[in-house]
Design a protein around this ligand. Structure first.
Ligand SMILES: Nc1ncnc2c1ncn2[C@@H]1O[C@H](COP(=O)(O)OP(=O)(O)OP(=O)(O)O)[C@@H](O)[C@H]1O
Length: 359
């Protein structure tokens, strides 16, 4: 009821009410520690010129944003905007989903301004707007511009179920093996910006590992029609249904489930992905790939060319749900770039349950 209809045809898009009241959450520690300067130097002036009133909230510690949105009176706000890396948006989404009124709360338009070193969602949103690639401050300006325009469209979320019965909501990725290791190990190079992933990749390549586990997924064509709230997932202790595909290989270099186009500003992982395509894009790389071949895949990903490399170890499937059961006793699983408990995990898509400010 707070939205005006978008008058130009696309019935999925709407416009944030004007004048709108935006809460902008800034993590001053994100990326190179310059998020506040990015705000005052680039965004503040744009919002003033566009007559968009806002309240700035500077996060003071981990989970500050999560607690804040869990308790906030959301009727006071027309949009929640994050100026940080993807980690702060992950907190905000999970704070909204923690609420008793989550079904209404998750409808509040969410915006992203890149302040981290990865900025996967910001890069994806920019890409969906069909603009030529942009990095750093140019990407920030593009996202700031979309924020001022105020168009809102649906965003898919994925629920991730862990062995401890904890459930998380994810907008970006679930990763195990090489990608998760690089993401976490390269955090120590955060001050160098986006190039940290290349540095991390080179370091990890030198000590390339194989991870053993079982992977199964529900392919798109087998998935039943979902109505809101339906679960595609059996109990984590139960075997997967016959409609699922069980991957024969059990030796992997990486498993990556991603639901946006970009894994980082310069990693165009899923050509063709949309914010609300209702798909989990599942990639895995099986053991036996050489170091040069793996490096070639990541270098090709900058221009979205990895699937054209003809690498027999790389598999790509469009799925609605998946289950991963690591056998290797120790390792790293990340959800939206944040480490989660290591062990069996399963996930399913919830098409368009959130709303995102985009072009
Ligand atoms: N003031 C703060 N001090 C320390 N940590 C904070 C603060 N505010 C938020 N955080 C936490 O920092 C974590 C990382 O944030 P985020 O991912 O947004 O930035 P980033 O890690 O710099 O981004 P990237 O992963 O792209 O480098 C989040 O889990 C968030 O809870």
């Amino acid at each position: 009821k707070q939205q005006e209809d978008f008058p130009h045809g696309d019935d999925k898009m709407s416009r944030v009410r004007r004048p709108c009241r935006i809460m902008i959450l800034v993590n001053p520690q994100s990326g190179r520690g310059q998020a506040l300067q990015l705000f005052t130097g680039h965004i503040q002036g744009m919002l003033t010129e566009a007559s968009v009133p806002y309240t700035l909230v500077i996060t003071e510690h981990q989970n500050h944003a999560r607690e804040l949105v869990r308790k906030a009176d959301l009727s006071q706000w027309d949009a929640l905007v994050i100026l940080s890396g993807d980690g702060l948006l992950f907190e905000v989404i999970n704070g909204l989903m923690d609420r008793e009124d989550w079904q209404e709360a998750i409808q509040i338009p969410l915006g992203i301004l890149p302040g981290g070193s990865g900025n996967a969602l910001a890069a994806s949103v920019h890409h969906y707007s069909q603009s030529p690639p942009a990095w750093n401050e140019e990407l920030l300006l593009s996202c700031g511009f979309m924020l001022c325009k105020g168009l809102v469209g649906p965003l898919d979320l994925v629920s991730v179920h862990l062995a401890s019965k904890q459930r998380l909501f994810s907008f970006l990725s679930l990763a195990w093996g090489f990608v998760a290791d690089v993401d976490i190990e390269s955090e120590k190079y955060r001050h160098v910006g986006a190039i940290r992933f290349l540095m991390g990749t080179l370091v990890r390549l030198a000590s390339l590992r194989v991870y053993q586990g079982r992977l199964a997924y529900l392919p798109v064509k087998e998935a039943p029609k979902l109505s809101k709230g339906n679960s595609l997932l059996p109990d984590l202790e139960q075997p997967v249904p016959d409609t699922w595909t069980v991957v024969k290989e059990e030796d992997f270099v990486l498993v990556l489930a991603i639901y946006q186009s970009h894994l980082a500003e310069d990693l165009w992982t899923v050509p063709g992905a949309m914010a609300d395509d209702g798909l989990i894009h599942l990639f895995y790389v099986t053991a036996g790939i050489s170091r040069p071949a793996l490096l070639r895949l990541f270098l090709a990903m900058e221009k979205g060319g990895h699937l054209a490399c003809g690498c027999p170890h790389l598999v790509y499937e469009k799925v609605k749900a998946l289950r991963l059961e690591p056998i290797t006793p120790q390792g790293m699983i990340t959800v939206d770039g944040e480490v989660v408990e290591y062990g069996p995990v399963q996930a399913q898509i919830h098409p368009g349950i959130a709303r995102l400010m985009r072009g």
